[in-house]
Design a protein around this ligand. Structure first.
Ligand code: ADP
Ligand code: MG
Length: 211
């Protein structure tokens, strides 16, 4: 199997940026998921920490993103503020291959007002924790009606923390026609229920971390 990013149907600018980041070859989770992701398929993926999951969904999301359209097109839900910050930083690095992409983090433990200001200024991608994203939805400071890609990152940790109902409410605020990607280290009942409820004909991928 060719694991070079250049085997993927990505824009030259995206490929040049990946190479500038030092990403020559896809990690196993990227190689197993990206061809299907770029075709728009839903995905359930299991892979260990450090396997490059962020770039897997990030490249898929950013490939479809239109930077000249000022609406939230991608939503990534993470269990904690630290993980949301890490994901946002990695997405910003990958987004250099797309153009001027605005990525806003919405997590708890931070005042609402600056988050609302960032949203008003225009965000293409929101990375957040379920509780705070739900707060913005109830206050109508966040519009998810143009989301084309929804990512549930570390989904088992989110359901362990009791976020199932928040996630369900957030999913309902996204368009029915969307691509949904679920990443989880384990498959307890909650995750199977989430997958059945939120995903459509998903590709299922499981890989060991070994890059
Ligand atoms: P995970 O979410 O699976 O725990 P991350 O997405 O945080 O892992 O990626 C782990 C590290 O690997 C990050 O530092 C990231 O920049 C790097 N990385 C991701 N993809 C590649 C690649 N194809 N080549 C080299 N490094 C990569
Ligand atoms: Mg991760």
């Amino acid at each position: 199997m060719n694991t070079s990013f250049s085997a993927l149907p990505l824009a030259p600018r995206m490929l040049a940026n990946l190479s500038q980041l030092g990403y020559q070859n896809m990690t196993p989770i990227q190689a197993a998921s990206l061809p299907a992701l770029l075709q728009g398929r839903d995905l359930i993926a299991q892979a260990k920490t450090g396997s490059g999951k962020t770039a897997a969904f990030g490249i898929g999301l950013l490939h479809k993103l239109n930077p000249t359209f000022f609406a939230v097109q991608g939503l990534v839900l993470c269990p904690t503020r630290e993980l949301a910050d890490q994901v946002a930083n990695e997405l910003r690095r990958i987004a250099r291959g797309v153009g001027n992409v605005k990525i806003v983090t919405l997590t708890g433990g931070v005042a609402m007002r600056p988050q609302v200001a960032s949203l008003e200024f225009g965000a293409h991608i929101v990375v957040g924790t379920p509780g705070r994203v739900r707060d913005h939805l109830s206050r109508r400071t966040l519009d998810l009606s143009r989301v084309h890609t929804l990512v549930l990152d570390e989904a088992d940790r989110m359901t362990d923390m009791g976020f199932y109902d928040e996630i369900e409410g957030i999913v309902r605020a996204c368009p029915a026609r969307r691509q949904t990607l679920l990443f989880s280290a384990t498959y307890p009942d909650d995750i199977q229920r989430a997958a059945a409820a939120f995903l459509r004909d998903p590709l299922e991928v499981a890989v060991e971390a070994q890059h």
